[in-house]
Design a protein around this ligand. Structure first.
Ligand code: PRP
Ligand code: ZN
Ligand code: MG
Length: 224
């Protein structure tokens, strides 16, 4: 399915969606978000926005289904590791790091527990949505652990007796605090990034991407 319109995948609803839409608008891409539509056509440029779950964006790029995507580095790296482990395509081009979506992926433990380093996590069960990133970190530290995969409510796992610790995104720290947890180790610092699929998109699309990137540079610099 070839199309001359540039396809950009963005998060439908969540921590990146508003700032991502704002960025595109500031870059001069006119569109009207309404209803529950999956595809939104720009009114003034040959661009289609695909509104999807953030978890799906890395795979859509790596399979070459869409041309560009905006995604958090945490999700991008997790999916990349997962796909590489299954021998599925995991390549992409990082066009630029953006100025929003900042967070850290951290291991958190009971606020009253002592923590002297990763060895204290030896043999523990860790609840997370990012098992690949946790495994990469723990392997680097030479520490073994048991995973507890949860797509949501990770922060309640210790209290619910499902896990000893968690590894989840931290932004303000309010979620950890509200759940009696404290940050023990930061394993990744993440921001939103603009990525492109590795396929050759042809001169016209590539010229449009280059134009968008130039505008983005200006928009981001103006905010600094
Ligand atoms: C993340 C994470 C925590 C929260 C941390 O969830 O899972 O719940 O943000 O932020 P804080 O440190 O500012 O409290 P997100 O908002 O991405 O939603 P999700 O849990 O539904 O994925
Ligand atoms: Zn997600
Ligand atoms: Mg959450």
């Amino acid at each position: 399915m070839q199309t001359q319109r540039l396809r950009i995948a963005i998060q439908k609803k969540g921590r990146l969606s508003k700032e991502c839409q704002d960025l595109l608008k500031r870059c001069g891409v006119k569109f009207n978000m309404m209803g529950e539509r999956l595809v939104v056509h720009s009114e003034n440029m040959p661009i289609d926005l695909l509104l999807v779950r953030d978890d799906d964006i890395p795979g859509l790029i790596m399979d070459g289904v869409v041309d560009l995507g905006v995604i958090g580095e945490n999700e991008l790296e997790e999916v990349g590791l997962e796909r590489a482990a299954r021998n599925e395509p995991s390549d992409y081009k990082k066009l630029r790091r953006l100025d929003f979506g900042g967070c850290r992926l951290s291991i958190a433990i009971d606020k009253d527990a002592t923590y002297n380093g990763p060895q204290d996590l030896q043999g523990k069960r860790i609840a997370t949505t990012y098992p690949q990133l946790v495994k990469r970190y723990m392997d680097e530290q030479g520490v073994t652990f048991s995973p507890c995969m949860l797509n949501g409510s990770v922060e309640v796992a210790p209290r619910a007796g499902l896990a000893d610790a968690i590894c989840d995104l931290v932004s303000t720290g309010a979620t950890l605090e509200a759940n009696g947890l404290k940050e023990a180790a930061v394993i990744l610092r993440s921001k939103a990034v603009l990525i492109q699929c590795t396929a050759d998109l042809g001169a016209e699309k590539q010229a449009l991407i280059d134009r968008l990137l130039t505008r983005m540079q200006g928009v981001i610099q103006a905010k600094e």
